[in-house]
Design a protein around this ligand. Structure first.
Ligand SMILES: *Cc1c(COP(=O)(O)O)cnc(C)c1O
Length: 414
């Protein structure tokens, strides 16, 4: 169910990675080395990469080598949290967070990612990723990131401001994960009028240490404003800032867990690898599905469902990578499955369900012709009052606002 999230320039980095493949055969630097997709700078340990959000050169931190994992290492009836802890252990080897990993996973994965057969459609399953507090898969990454950051010591005693530009789901997940965390503040930028009404309500319903700004512009303006603020050293000196962008290492790693969990369970019962159709925006969710396969887990074909926002298909077809303004669309993965079935394909496919349909009821209820039930956590959020502040799509105005806000006190949202 996706009004398509806008794509950041980072999607270009994810694309380049998927194209090259990450070979874990060729050479093996020590585990725990993370490098930017954009340059040859020194590798950093995983906790530094997670804390930074983005690499200093604007790239995405990725593991220098993907570890291999033995499918036999996973217990037969483990929870999602247990699968996550086993899968992610090699990434954290030697890091101060390694001893905390099981606790981090248990804290982040308090809800399941069930695989359900679709009754009227033989061999079609849904991987439901919307059982978290904000009803979208972004909860997995945001909660894991929060659980890591909570445990990482900071030398600076001033509050850390986490900036997030969102086309809907990321902002709410980050807000929910960091809400009322001591010494942390979340500032959400979203394009006014370009997220669904329920998404907008969700973004503004937290209050306390979370401030939602509705920007008179597009998602790309929000991204640009965020980067301008983060990269402005003079402002960083006054207002310590980090970002929780839609693809960062601390969010990508935990997303691997639900693919691994579903594929391992499936192979135990059916003896075959599992095929996935993944709706894609910035490509993070699809990329980690390929990482899990490359690590040696039983994943078969992976199809990227893209919609009218054809930047990525065009790139794969040989065009230059040119980000463009996003247009809104609906449920691209179901769009892809119909095409496969129409061409006579009868193998089992898992459609990755990235958000609960109730988040987009204004579009979907018309299409379906009936009302969509609302999950309890979402219903509770929709009952809370909501508040956002208007913001011009202007880097200078935003920087000024951040400075004023920091001067006004740790959790002030005035
Ligand atoms: C974020 C999001 C996507 C896109 O995920 P990427 O990791 O950016 O490819 C798709 N659908 C929904 C509902 C989302 O919230």
């Amino acid at each position: 169910m996706t009004p398509t999230p806008g794509r950041s320039p980072l999607a270009g980095d994810a694309v380049a990675l998927m194209h090259d493949g990450r070979s874990h055969q060729e050479h093996r630097p020590p585990a725990g080395s993370y490098v930017s997709t954009r340059g040859g700078r020194a590798a950093v340990p995983i906790s530094a990469a997670i804390a930074a959000g983005l690499a200093p050169d604007g790239g995405l931190y990725v593991p220098e080598v993907l570890p291999s994992v033995d499918p036999g290492a996973f217990g037969p009836h483990g929870s999602l949290a247990a699968t996550a802890a086993t899968l992610l252990a090699p990434f954290f080897a030697g890091d101060p967070l390694a001893d905390e990993l099981a606790a981090i996973c248990a804290e982040a994965f308090t809800f399941d990612a069930p695989l359900r057969a679709l009754p009227a459609h033989p061999h079609t399953l849904m991987l439901e990723l919307f059982h978290g507090p904000t009803s979208a898969f972004k909860d997995f990454g945001a909660r894991f990131l929060a659980a890591c950051l909570r445990r990482l010591p900071r030398a600076d005693t001033r509050p850390l401001t986490i900036l997030v530009a969102t086309s809907g789901d990321t902002g709410a997940a980050v807000a929910a994960a960091f809400h009322r965390q001591p010494n942390l503040r979340v500032v959400i930028l979203y394009p006014d009028g370009l997220v669904s009404p329920r998404q907008a309500h969700q973004l503004g319903c937290f209050g306390d240490n979370v401030q939602a700004l509705r920007v008179a512009g597009r998602f790309d303006d929000c991204q640009r404003m965020l980067k301008a603020a983060l990269n402005y050293a003079a402002l960083q000196a006054q207002v310590p800032m980090s970002s929780a962008n839609s693809i960062s290492l601390g969010r990508l790693l935990p997303q691997m867990s639900y693919y691994a969990h579903a594929a391992l369970n499936w192979r135990r019962e059916h003896g075959t690898p599992l095929n996935f159709i993944v709706p894609t925006g910035n490509l993070g969710n699809a990329m980690v599905c390929l990482w899990v396969r490359e690590m040696g887990l039983p994943i078969g074909e992976v199809r990227l469902a893209c919609n009218a926002n054809a930047t990525l298909p065009d790139y794969f077809a040989g065009a230059d990578y040119t980000p463009r303004a996003a247009v809104a669309t609906v449920a691209n993965a179901m769009h892809e499955l119909d095409r496969l079935r129409g061409s006579g394909d009868a193998q089992p496919w898992v459609v990755v369900t990235t958000a609960h349909p109730a988040k987009f009821e204004t579009v979907l209820e018309d299409l379906l012709g009936h009302a969509i039930g609302i999950p309890p956590a979402l219903a509770a959020m929709l009952e809370r009052p909501t508040k956002s502040a208007a913001m011009a799509a202007d880097d200078g105005v935003f920087k000024h606002w951040l400075r004023e806000c920091a001067a006004a006190g740790p959790t002030s949202t005035a």
